[in-house]
Design a protein around this ligand. Structure first.
Ligand code: FES
Length: 168
């Protein structure tokens, strides 16, 4: 009789353990996956947004004329640190105030270029145009060009986080 009670208790313990494993393992796997995906998506963005990149010497950049510069930015990707190539359109005015635009059109992200004769940034994909301040002159783009945070240290230009034209 005693053995039967012990056997029944052991059976209950074993069943409890199996049920715990049955529900606990998928929750553990799901949580780990969610944490990994979240770290990949948001951790990478945070790393990109917080870093400053050396975009070079601006002493030769003509005043009042947009100039495209290329630079490398250190990016944390998971546990790896890698350098990512990027570019910006720089406008340096007579007072050495610098504006740095993202190279992507705010319509659907195509690369645009400066057309000196029109004094406009024009996008070849769907015809959007922006003035030298980055404002939309011709759609379909509906918002100004996005900008990098900037700082000048002597003649060295540093580009920080990219801010979209809506302030995000
Ligand atoms: Fe530039 Fe559409 S991506 S106009």
């Amino acid at each position: 009789m005693k053995e039967t009670k012990i056997a029944r208790a052991e059976g209950k313990n074993r069943r409890g353990f199996m049920m715990g494993a049955l529900y606990g393992i998928p929750v553990l796997i799901g949580g780990t996956l969610a944490a990994s995906v979240g770290n990949y998506l948001f951790g990478k963005q945070a790393a990109q947004k917080s870093s400053w990149a050396d975009a070079g010497d601006v002493s030769d950049i003509p005043r009042g004329e947009p100039c495209q510069v290329r630079f490398e930015r250190a990016v944390v990707d998971g546990w790896k640190l890698k350098n990512e190539q990027s570019s910006a359109w720089i406008v340096l005015d007579e007072q050495r105030h610098v504006t740095a635009f993202s190279p992507s059109c705010t319509h659907l992200g195509c690369a645009y270029r400066w057309q000196a004769e029109k004094k406009l940034f024009t996008c070849p994909c769907h015809g959007s145009a922006f003035n030298i301040q980055g404002d939309v002159v011709v759609g379909p783009a509906s918002r100004p060009l996005d900008r990098y945070a900037t700082k000048l240290e002597d003649n060295r230009l540093w580009l920080g986080p990219l801010r979209d034209s809506q302030g995000a």
